[in-house]
Design a protein around this ligand. Structure first.
Ligand SMILES: [Zn+2]
Length: 271
């Protein structure tokens, strides 16, 4: 058995949480990440027969039965993950009936996975239907995107088009646009279901007055998506009070899509 502290997925979680904390995206215990692991990779670092604890789920996670995920812990601070991975995250495996999960490593001080686990698992189920290579769900509270949800219309098309116009790379990075949810109580199945409904055809969903969910096939892709949306929101919050003299027009956005051979969300560009 290899040393799990040297597992690439543990290192990736340590590096990513530290990076997100430094960027100010995850104050206090804000933010959470879950990462679907390749079974052979997981079993190279832990014994699949040694179950530390089993905890219930109150929705049907059976589409993920048998899958391993590394998940950050509830109530823990991203700034502390790298220094003590075993207390601040852990590896879980969804039980065959999808109604509970086993903890196989981590959560060593008696902690448990993020309170947003239902949303994470529902998002994984929704994204895997759209993209079998999907692996990562990431949630955090970046300053500018959070601020923007107070001052911008929450209509998805309007929000997406503003973001697309704030930086040339945006439509290339998220041509499907962003999903937007109005303010809701977090940490329960209702917000999980609402997010999963949006995330099946958007890789990014915003929670008004709260934060952002980003997904991807890799940690870099999920992180890069959030980074790009946050940069666009930063431009918007920087120039919002100034008279706009020029911007990126819809025909120019269409030219970008043509040049990069991507399909923007249908009906969003007036060309
Ligand atoms: Zn949050």
């Amino acid at each position: 058995m290899n040393n799990i502290f040297e597992a690439p997925f543990v290192k990736e979680m340590c590096d990513t949480t530290a990076n997100m904390y430094r960027l100010g995206w995850d104050e206090r215990n804000g933010g959470n990440i879950s990462y679907l692991l390749d079974p052979a990779m997981a079993e190279a670092y832990l014994d699949p027969k040694t179950v530390l604890r089993t905890l219930p789920l109150d929705f049907d996670a059976s589409p993920l039965a048998g899958r391993y995920l590394i998940v950050t812990a509830t109530g823990k601070y991203f700034k502390n993950v790298a220094g003590c991975p075993q207390n601040n995250m852990g590896v879980i495996r969804i039980r065959p009936d999808g109604k509970a999960y086993d903890i196989l490593w981590g959560f060593a001080d008696g902690s448990r996975p993020t309170s947003e686990l239902p949303t994470h698992l529902m998002n994984h189920i929704a994204r895997l239907k759209a993209d079998p290579e999907h692996r990562v769900v990431m949630h955090c509270h970046p300053l500018n995107i959070l601020a923007m949800t107070y001052v911008h219309d929450l209509d998805e098309k309007a929000f997406t088009k503003t973001l697309w116009r704030m930086s040339t790379e945006c439509i290339v990075v998220f041509p499907e646009g962003v999903g937007v949810l109005p303010w809701m109580v977090c940490g329960n199945d209702a917000i999980g279901e609402a997010t999963a409904k949006k995330i099946k055809d958007h890789r990014v969903v915003l929670w008004a007055a709260h934060g952002i969910f980003g997904t991807g096939e890799t940690m870099d892709e999920a992180f890069g998506l959030i980074e790009t949306v946050e940069k666009a929101a930063q431009v918007f919050m920087t120039i919002g009070q100034m008279p706009i003299r020029q911007s990126i027009t819809d025909p120019q956005l269409a030219d970008l899509c043509h040049a990069f051979k991507i399909q923007p969300r249908a009906g969003y560009l007036n060309v």
